[in-house]
Write a protein that binds this ligand. Sequence first.
Ligand code: ADP
Ligand code: MG
Length: 548
Amino acid sequence: DDARLAEELRKMDGSSYGRYKSLTGDWSFPDFTLTVDRVQSDPFAPPSRVSVRIPADVAELPDSAWHSPVRRRATADYLVRRAYRELKGARLRIDAGGQEVLDRAACQIRDGEVLLRLGIEMPGHGRRIDGRTAERELCERLPDMVDALRWPALDAAEAAAFADTVEDTCALRDRLPDLGLVAFVADGSVLPRRSGVSDLPMQGSAVPFRSPESMRVSVSLPHAGEVSGLGIAEGITLIVGGGFHGKSTLLHALERGVYDHVPGDGRELVVSRADAVKIRAEEGRQVERTDIGAFVRNLPTGADTSDFSTENASGSTSQAANIAEALEAGSTALLIDEDTTATNLMIRDARMQRLVHGDREPLTPFVDLVRPLRRDHGVSTVLVMGGSGDYFDVADQVVMLDGYRPYDVTDRARELAAERADADFAAPAARVIDPRSVDATARGRSRIKRRDMDVLTFGENEIDVRNLAQLVDSGQIIGVGLAMRLLAEGGLLGDDRTLAEALDALEERLEGDGVTALGRGYAGDYVLPRRYEIAAALNRLRSLRVLR
Ligand code: ADP
Ligand code: MG
């Protein structure tokens, strides 16, 4: 059959490009099955899509490589990176991702069978088929790649170590609740990145992380054994320190700590609670009937802030909405950096209170809400704040970064703290979304696309996702769009289901098949997103309507 494909491609050489369409379907090779899923109509259209199924007895993956969901995801990720290297210089493309180990459609393992999804730009001379090149890609490079992915051909020790690393990360994250922690940063971790545009670890001059003794926690992991590091306890943690001393770098690592990292990244043992959400101000976003009453009251416009909508939020109202929506989606840990906050939502000092008081100030600053948020709702906050001492009054622990080294300055900060009266924090009202307002179709067909890491095109809408710090992989953006489509078309939204309940139902649907449950009918790469990013994108969908 593979000979038949080669012959077919040779015969096609020189004929018109559209004839490639006839390749659609299955082609069996001695070691695997190639399926041509979708063929591009011309050389300039998005790449064609093919998938490859390598049976278990050919792949020869040992049980230990895939027996648990965590190891299965890790091994798939290892294979996809191996395939990527093998395909350097080829027209075949596989979506291998960056520093995070995610559940991606590009490689899935089922009962030891390996399923790969790839793109290929079918070669042409202008609008004529270049059959020779196509033959080389599909009948030589592809089988070579499959050969390279068989367990006997792999570096088995490296592959096992990869899965061990991911398993340790997950074990560590799973331990956090028992330990009473929201995050953990292992000693020896390398947090800084190479540059603002490279997520690779900083080389040479990076100062490895070293926890202060008083905050040091030891954890025993399945493979790495005993590791020590900074345990960031539940409650309110303040990160202080002079400018340029590494505060934001630490917080960024915590943002990414909801994901697992590849060996050598430096953040393999930097973990946060899986539900931790980065909060920032986001001037200009729209808000659709979100309850920000805890933060904002008595607006000069008279708007009802417990049911607040705007096409163009201010810095403070956007940040208030971001917090309310993160809580609505189920987050119990907020990560905040002064660099990206609305100051007037965070603090108000005594002098300003004397000048602008009572009903003239609609905002209740976060500093008055952060303790009730913890006490009444069990939500922890990790906050970088180098510019104001107001949070000394409410912090449970204070970490100072000095030359990239953390110190425990809790006692010293407590001496400087003052009494502070908390405000009330009522949990934001839960919303029910109108599924008809979440429509993936444009001109009669489903349209889910992305532009870089900035925009998700969803039906007729463009969603600005630039400010979602924890969308880390381009495939996740598509994953978010597919999840939104499933929420709406799968009957998960509406029906008196709150958004949080709809997200629960979605996660339940994904339990068996993982990410591929999202992608029915979708020809392209996509990656599993978190529910918090799905909710965040929904909340930024301009057509969104809330039923109640
Ligand atoms: P801050 O938020 O306290 O102003 P940043 O986190 O932005 O500081 O860090 C300032 C600079 O220091 C950045 O260029 C960052 O890459 C670098 N940096 C951060 N942590 C380390 C470290 N552990 N070792 C070396 N350089 C670091
Ligand atoms: Mg900073």
